[in-house]
Ligand binder design. Sequence first.
Ligand SMILES: Cc1cc2nc3c(=O)[nH]c(=O)nc-3n(C[C@H](O)[C@H](O)[C@H](O)COP(=O)(O)O)c2cc1C
Ligand code: SF4
Length: 429
Amino acid sequence: MREHKKILTANLDDPESHTLKSYEAHGGYKAFQKALKEMTPEEIIEEMKKSGLRGRGGAGFPTGLKWSFMDKKSPKPKYLVNNSDESEPGTFKDRLLMERNTHQMLEGMIIAAYALDVHLAFVYIRGEYTSCIENTERAVEEAKEKGYLGKNILGTGFDLEIIVYKGAGAYICGDETGMLSSLEGKRGYPKVKPPFPAIQGLFGCPTVVNNTETLATVPWILQNGSDTYAKIGPEKSPGTRLFCVSGHVKKPGVYELEMGSPLMELINDHCGGMQNGSRLKGIIPGGPSVPILTAEECDKAILDFDSMKEIGSHLGSGGVIVFGEEACMVRSLLVLTEFFADESCGQCTPCREGTGWAVKLLHPFVEGKGELPDLDLLMDVADRMKFRTVCTLADAAASPIESFIIKYRKEFEDHIANGGCASHSQTQN
Ligand SMILES: Cc1cc2nc3c(=O)[nH]c(=O)nc-3n(C[C@H](O)[C@H](O)[C@H](O)COP(=O)(O)O)c2cc1C
Ligand code: SF4
């Protein structure tokens, strides 16, 4: 098996990896000292730009560029929010970082806060992630005791407090502006952009929202240099990435691979191939918000932002969901669509009504009572949901509907002809 560089998971074999003692024993908390004592905020932002790091929350937006948009001239307070809401189905990589590499994430936040002139930062953690909340709260206390957080950090004159905030189980609060509404104490409604958070974010103040994995990568870049990072993987999608694999593979789990690796290397070499000799039917490469790939497409798929786009999908959240031949694609699509319908915040008519109608239209197919024209109607509903809403949840919901029906249409037709699912187990999805 090909060896991959480890930036985020190098020391996770240590059972105490979440503690300050272990993190420091493995060289942790050196990068932020270098940053605070030897670098200006502008130099850090420049390093981030040169590294080519792209956000790991879903969209792959360049991190250094996002930081450079922060309105630092504003007289208002500035905020940093670490997006640890992680609610995309099949996605559990930030959980690993919060549970096992908690201090690397915090060190990344301290560096980002210093670069962005932030003195109050938040970690917004999915409420169900109780062990992540406990570990993060403990890590914040440990860092405070050591003088890495609080007033006049290490005598540099830089002050920073970090607040751990628990979400209440709403997927929509993972959207950055939904999250800011929630932090403001309001219902987690996403807000219209522009203005973007870097100009007008939390409480109307300049705010940067970054994903947990993005922030946890920052110390390594400063410690080892942006040039070293930029050389890992493809030029436009450098670095490593955490892929969380679930579904019909022998060894599901979180794997750190260099960007630019073939998708089938992840499945066959790292995950041990398909479970019970099953034949691959398809893979969702980045959480259900991105189009599924057929087995033939998977053979060509490369794990980086641009290569995925070229074959019509996306790296998204890093949630790799594998479907073997035993999966019923009709039922799987219903499950995913029900998720989006439940989680729609209801602000926009195309999303609120469209996701609900899609569920109503899909149910008869699962029950073997579907009608052929309803497949086209489903495609029409999906099309009318896209590109006309406040946030991208509606586009995300349209993505599996369109890609499943286009790529597995025969299965939907067979459900009509056979009066239900004749050849697939309905319990294994
Ligand atoms: C419905 C919805 C849910 C989202 N959930 C998450 C999430 O759980 N974690 C996350 O980091 N980003 C999530 N995002 C993306 C965020 O809005 C934002 O782009 C991201 O946190 C930016 O971080 P990055 O630049 O480091 O990738 C979600 C977006 C949408 C529309
Ligand atoms: S697209 Fe859906 S989830 Fe997003 S703001 Fe509109 S109704 Fe809410």
